[in-house]
Design a protein around this ligand. Structure first.
Ligand SMILES: Cc1cc2nc3c(=O)[nH]c(=O)nc-3n(C[C@H](O)[C@H](O)[C@H](O)COP(=O)(O)OP(=O)(O)OC[C@H]3O[C@@H](n4cnc5c(N)ncnc54)[C@H](O)[C@@H]3O)c2cc1C
Length: 475
């Protein structure tokens, strides 16, 4: 069930920069205040999470209810502005600011309510809620969602966490949403920002496990040669194809490639975990460091959060300077030994600035009886259901971005693709990469044409258009 709010289609073309005072009058006539460059908070409000991008909005509105969104969109349309929703603000390319200067940004800071309904075990969540706060609120009722990051964008494009193999992606748990434009029910699940502004999501919740087994097994130097790396990742890849859905897992390659950590959590007993994992360790050999502990659900989420508290109340926003890419690997055509070996040689030999750090995450999405793979390809906009891994390549800098960082990440990805010829890799739209070519196919595969058709009907004048939205030209 989707609750739809219609807006009159009064779009003025072409979309252009508005006279900000007339926009401000329109907004104030509708009891909305707009934040602009004259406000002392402007610099902070317009600094994105990824400092590599900086788009200057025409203004920022902070809705407190659905009708505010509707009114703000009407004003934007009247003055020919693009509109963009900003929820957690953690887009990899600051897409919440509209991917260009001059958008009217709707910041959901003041819409972060979480309400649990015991009668149907659903949670109604506003887009500004952070998943740590959501986890704490639902835990009061013994309920849980697959964890991850912010609700707004995260639930808009996928939403993967260690619970996703047993519960599905966050979009798979979505039962309803409020959106300000007509139509587009299936499209909301995996391409939300292309179709409208969501003012609340309703998710199916799950019984929170009384405890989970948190684990981390590290393989490190002096043993981690390119051959050992290949054998380790290859064993994980083969073994992952039959891993039970209760296991959430990723291989995290970090410290310049000197450490590979197999980690996550298992929803079951320690004895069962050890039984399952021993079959992998027989292939990989023993790790250098082992951590296996039963933890309460919330304690496990805190550990996954790097030890930081889940509550974000009163916490300032953090920032980073980074570039990331993803490859989604089909289960039927796994990575070859040569691609893994060349990857290890590549990161070992490539010289990068000392200010740059990086990691690669091989996230286990499919395999075995994973719920992610049980959802039909066309049920949501996210198409990669018959896929084993989503690999994330991520480099970050503690100074301004060095161009070597982009070259380095691109090099790692092409080492894999060049040595796995014939495989059609996908990409994950929540690890948004504005430089990605053929992004329509890579993010949405066979679903793109249907989504583009829908986008054209719903938003023919491109009020919500931004880079890599459905229907967007290449920016
Ligand atoms: C440190 C970090 C950790 C992460 N971990 C994970 C992870 O474990 N699993 C995973 O799957 N992803 C992860 N991500 C990726 C994350 O899911 C995406 O960056 C996501 O888009 C962020 O959501 P947001 O609400 O912060 O988005 P924003 O930056 O606010 O917006 C992102 C996009 O969604 C649109 N959008 C936002 N709100 C709405 C709305 N209400 N209606 C319509 N469109 C909207 C925006 O307009 C924009 O296009 C991580 C990201 C970071 C930075």
């Amino acid at each position: 069930m989707f609750i739809i709010f219609s807006l009159p289609l009064l779009f003025t073309l072409p979309l252009a920069r508005a006279n900000s005072s007339s926009l401000a009058s329109c907004l104030s006539d509708n009891d909305l205040t707009v934040e602009g460059p004259e406000n002392s908070t402007w610099a902070t409000s317009t600094t994105p999470f990824n400092m590599r991008f900086h788009y200057v909005p025409n203004g920022i509105v902070y809705p407190t209810q659905t009708s505010d969104i509707s009114k703000a969109v009407k004003c934007a349309v009247k003055f020919g502005l693009h509109v963009s929703a900003l929820s957690g603000g953690h887009s990899y390319s600051a897409s919440g600011y509209g991917s260009r200067n001059g958008a009217l940004v709707l910041n959901f800071r003041d819409m972060s309510q979480v309400d649990y309904d015991a009668s149907d075990e659903t949670a109604t969540i506003q887009p500004g809620a952070r998943l740590g706060d959501v986890a704490l609120e639902l835990d009061k009722y013994g309920r849980a969602l697959a964890h991850g990051f912010e609700i707004g964008g995260h639930a808009g494009f996928g939403g993967w966490g260690f619970a996703s193999r047993i519960w599905g992606l966050l979009i798979d748990q979505l039962v309803a949403a409020n959106i300000v434009l007509p139509n587009g029910t299936a499209a909301i699940r995996g391409a939300a920002s292309s179709f409208g502004i969501i003012s609340q999501y309703i998710f199916k919740t799950h019984e929170a496990p009384s405890s989970v087994v948190r684990y981390s097994l590290s393989f490190s130097n002096p043993d981690l040669s390119a051959d050992k790396f290949t054998q380790l990742l290859n064993s994980y890849q083969s073994w992952g194809r039959t891993a039970p859905k209760e296991l959430g897992m990723e291989a995290n390659v970090f410290q310049g490639g000197r450490v590979v950590e197999l980690g996550g959590y298992y929803m079951g007993s320690t004895a069962d975990f050890k039984g399952i994992f021993n079959s992998l360790l027989r292939e990989t050999g023993p790790p250098n460091d082992t951590y296996v502990q039963e933890r309460s659900w919330i304690a496990a989420l805190v550990e996954v959060n790097g030890g930081s508290p889940l509550s974000t109340k009163g916490q300032p926003d953090t920032h980073a300077t980074f570039f990331a890419k993803s490859l989604v690997v089909p289960t039927a055509s796994p990575l070859t030994n040569s691609s893994l070996s060349e990857l290890a040689k590549s990161f070992a030999k490539t010289k990068i600035p000392s200010t740059l750090s990086w990691f690669i995450q091989f996230e286990l999405w499919g395999g075995g009886d994973s719920v992610i793979s049980s959802i039909p390809t066309t049920a949501t906009a996210y198409p990669h259901r018959a896929h084993l891994w989503t690999i994330q390549f991520y480099a970050y800098s503690n100074t301004t971005w060095p161009s070597e960082g982009t070259i380095f990440v691109n090099g790692l990805v092409s080492t894999i693709t060049d040595n796995t010829k014939g495989t059609k890799f996908g990409a994950y739209a929540n690890y948004l990469d504005p430089t990605l070519t053929a992004w329509r196919e890579k993010y949405y595969a066979g679903n793109y044409a249907r989504l583009a058709n829908l986008q054209e009907q719903i938003d023919p004048n491109g009020v919500f258009m931004k880079a890599q939205n459905i229907g967007a030209l290449d920016f």
